[in-house]
Design a protein around this ligand. Sequence first.
Ligand code: NDP
Length: 252
Amino acid sequence: MTLYTFNILVLVWIGFAIILFPVILKIPAPYGRHSRTNWGPMINNKLGWFLMEAPALLVFGFLVVTGKGFEQQAILIFSFLWIMHYFNRVIIFPLRIRTKGKKMPVVIMVFALFFNLVNGFINGYWFGHLAPEYPVNWFFDFRFLGGLSLFITGFILNQYHDKILINLRKNSTTGYKIPEGGLFKYISCPNFMGEILEWFGFALMTWCLPTLSFFLWTMVNLIPRALDHHSWYLKTFADYPKNRKALFPFVL
Ligand code: NDP
């Protein structure tokens, strides 16, 4: 595929994200607490997570390993960070979540699988096969250093707050509690804020269109979900802290 065709593909992909944003704002993605049984056949929640996230790991991994990008240290670092994130999301996260007996609609799993397939392809093909050249002093560029710091901070925040949420079900229930600790003092979804920060950092340190498209898609997926979670908490728990925001402390 030529660079021109590839860029058109990524721009169309970004266009989809922009068109979908108002739709996702209106219709809460029906998995987890917003799961619905009227969306057709259902699949086991853990299996759904594994299947829908796996393409991001496998397709990206295959394309970078079979391409020429690995000859560059910068691309090796970017690929390592991607694979670290997705190894957790595909293997560790589904094993850790306490969602025994819970299901998600197959259609949601298929949508997410398609998203991860395209996202894994776009980024894997870019780094593996189109293999942009990064200058030798890229490691001293403020975009690389700032982006890497934001990625690591976001990764830690995402992991830390996902862990708090998972631990709320230590006594083998599948219900919901008001989360406390860490940034839950200020917002309802610090795990999502961490994820957004991660992919913002990644886009900054890699400075290219494919990773920018992933960052935009992450916001399109997670801003509406954070707003839905936040209003669900307020409706469900009369004693939910009123000063908490949804996603960004003091802002949103
Ligand atoms: P949630 O915060 O909705 O749930 C995370 C886990 O914690 C689930 O197992 C959930 O159970 C459980 N949980 C959440 N809140 C509570 C509570 N108050 N009491 C008890 N248990 C709770 O996250 P998602 O499932 O939407 O996403 C999981 C991860 O995937 C996140 O880290 C997110 O950032 C990432 N993600 C990334 C996307 C992207 O575009 N990059 C898109 C979507 C997710 P249950 O499932 O039963 O609700």
